[in-house]
Design a binder for this molecule. Sequence first.
Ligand SMILES: NC(=O)c1ccc[n+]([C@@H]2O[C@H](COP(=O)([O-])OP(=O)(O)OC[C@H]3O[C@@H](n4cnc5c(N)ncnc54)[C@H](O)[C@@H]3O)[C@@H](O)[C@H]2O)c1
Length: 361
Amino acid sequence: MELTVKTSHPYKIRIESGCLNQVGMHAGQLFPAGAKAMIVGDTNVLPIYGDAVEHALTQNGFSCFRFMFPAGEQSKRLSVVEQIYCALADSRFTRSDFIVALGGGVTGDMAGFAAATFLRGIRFLQIPTSLLAQIDSSVGGKTGVDLPQGKNLVGAFHQPSLVLIDPQTLATLPPRYFSDGMGEAVKYGCIKSRALFDLLRTAGENVGSDPAFLEKMITDCVDIKREVVEHDELDTGERMLLNFGHTFGHALEKLYDFRKLSHGEAVGIGMVMMTRLSEKAGLTKPGTADEIAEVLQKYQLPVCDEMGLEKIFEATAVDKKSNGHSLRVILLKEIGSSLIQTYSREEFSKFCGLKDGMWHE
Ligand SMILES: NC(=O)c1ccc[n+]([C@@H]2O[C@H](COP(=O)([O-])OP(=O)(O)OC[C@H]3O[C@@H](n4cnc5c(N)ncnc54)[C@H](O)[C@@H]3O)[C@@H](O)[C@H]2O)c1
């Protein structure tokens, strides 16, 4: 399956089992013969897939270099990006050369940011290997790193030249990360597609080892992301719909210092919480929150947390979509149909059922 993202720099997304081995052929259509490729990956992914990618690229006449960093979000920082710049400079990369981001969202964001800024911008390919990266972070051109003060605070929009999604790579992804990605897939269904939601709801057991299911699900998710990104490349409007579940999800991640809950888990809880409240406010079709919870549980994701709503509400004050006085939240009318609502802090407190900082049932 091939999709084209029509952004300022249009690019193709190929979704196909085994396509990782065809990266050389695809790169041959984009880059000059003999160009250099820096394959960036972490200590989990590069040892598994680095050789296959390098082999495919060298077969097509590219010279390959590798940059490996310790796996984990803590590597997504400027000091590691500086090491990538140095590796590129030491190997005399020019603007005819390119980076290959081979890995999960951490790799894609960081290698993409290095590509956006080295020599004021060189091109890069995404070969996402986690489910979250395959259905979300590899598409849309958001690149960046974290600061001690917060996640993704430094970054740039830089669209990849190609995204190659090989669902076979998910065979080696640890199960908790697979569930994490399934949370994002449920989110796409919630905001844009009843059909995708039903696909996830009715799928059999062991979807992770069903290539046909994976290809279909990934394609459906990526197609939604493609459409949203095309309408709002720079994230000033419709793209915010992708933040469904994130208002409370981010707050929970922060309250637990990013230790207890993974991002997908926190977002899942956030989707259910927000939908329960909007059902109470009469804005969402009754029963929707239960439906979401049921699907999330099917994929081993939590749907509630013991943290009190007052604390979670307080923690939303630092949400990136908040300007201190108002907050933009994503609500569902029903599964497959979403809207952006702007609330003052006071209005949002009422929406949450809070009065004087207290939670009222
Ligand atoms: N740019 C965007 O639009 C966007 C969107 C959502 C999330 N993100 C970012 O994505 C990051 C999270 O992504 P993630 O969950 O992929 O994190 P990650 O890159 O850390 O990958 C998760 C773990 O899985 C391992 N892994 C990945 N693929 C594997 C495979 N095929 N086999 C074995 N192990 C594998 C990694 O080594 C890592 O340990 C966060 O930094 C987040 O901010 C970016």
